[in-house]
Design a protein around this ligand. Structure first.
Ligand code: SAM
Length: 270
């Protein structure tokens, strides 16, 4: 089995060439961020940390879906502006997020690098979050990544890592894809991230949110699943007839052909 494959395919897809696939994915996955925005009193949590010169680190900023959901579903009108640093190994992602940020989030540094590579100098953040961010992180580098994240947070700061659990669609799907279509390095689960954060010295509170997404539009299902696997060479019909993966997809499909995917996100509060 190769080891760098999943991380490499993730980086290839977080690019201008991967824009169509990204947009297909978010036809369903925008719900992941709405759920996070509704799971806490964000105006209160952020307001508590606000002070002159405060700062926030968005780890694996993607395309800015989480700050966008916060601005849509949380009332941040009273939260003072915060200097917002964007970390992602994809320059495309950093640019995408920078383009959608708006008050109270004020873009500051572009950190085009992996979390594992974050230098010591980037520390003292009042808020650090990583939302649906660390799946493609190679398991062997998870402890280092967790140490970097914990070290970046100021004492008393607010940290959140939101990630799907092992029982959730993204993890179950990718395990079935690996078994039935193409072997690859597995995704990192919320449970593995939580244990790594604890090993890194963090005091972690684990909040769970369960929800479903779905559609009867096969083109949407195909685009969503291809992005879940960072592989747009396999059609929905091929996935449905693959060993292991076909069984999983059958369990998500109703008799009318519509699909429902079950999700459980862990909100790991530091
Ligand atoms: C699903 S997106 C995250 C979504 C984002 N949090 C949002 O609010 O839209 C995953 C991102 O993780 C990034 N990524 C992958 N490996 C990473 C690593 N080791 N360190 C930091 N970011 C990574 C990818 O480049 C991609 O932009």
């Amino acid at each position: 089995m190769s080891t760098g494959d999943t991380a490499e395919r993730s980086l290839e897809h977080w690019s201008e060439a991967g824009r169509t696939g990204m947009e297909a994915f978010y036809a369903l996955a925008t719900e992941d961020y709405r759920q996070l925005a509704l799971a806490a009193d964000w105006a209160h949590l952020l307001g508590q940390r606000a002070r002159d010169g405060w700062s926030l680190l968005d780890v694996a900023c993607g395309s800015g879906k989480f700050p966008t959901a916060l601005r849509t579903y949380a009332d941040l009108g009273e939260v003072p502006d915060v200097a917002y640093d964007l970390l992602d190994p994809s320059a495309f992602s950093v640019d995408e997020t920078r383009a959608v940020l708006a008050a109270p989030f004020v873009a500051r540094h572009d950190l085009v690098m992996t979390l594992q590579d974050l230098p010591d100098a980037y520390a003292g953040y009042d808020v650090v979050w990583a939302t649906h961010a660390l799946y493609a992180l190679p398991p062997a580098e998870l402890d280092l990544a967790a140490e970097r994240l914990v070290a970046a947070l100021a004492p008393g700061g607010l940290g959140l890592v939101a990630q799907a659990t092992a029982a959730s669609h993204y993890l179950v799907f990718y395990d079935a894809f690996r078994a039935g279509v193409r072997d690859a390095t597995p995704y990192t689960t919320a449970e593995q991230v939580r244990d790594a954060l604890v090993r890194a010295g963090a005091d972690v509170r684990d909040q769970r949110v369960a929800y479903r997404t779905g559609t009867s539009d096969r083109a949407v299902v195909e685009g969503f699943l291809q992005r879940c696997a960072f592989d747009d060479s396999v059609s929905l019909a091929e996935m449905e007839s693959a060993p292991v993966l076909g069984d999983y997809l059958a369990s998500c499909r109703a008799s009318d052909g519509s699909y429902t995917f079950s999700h459980e996100a862990a909100l790991l509060w530091l």
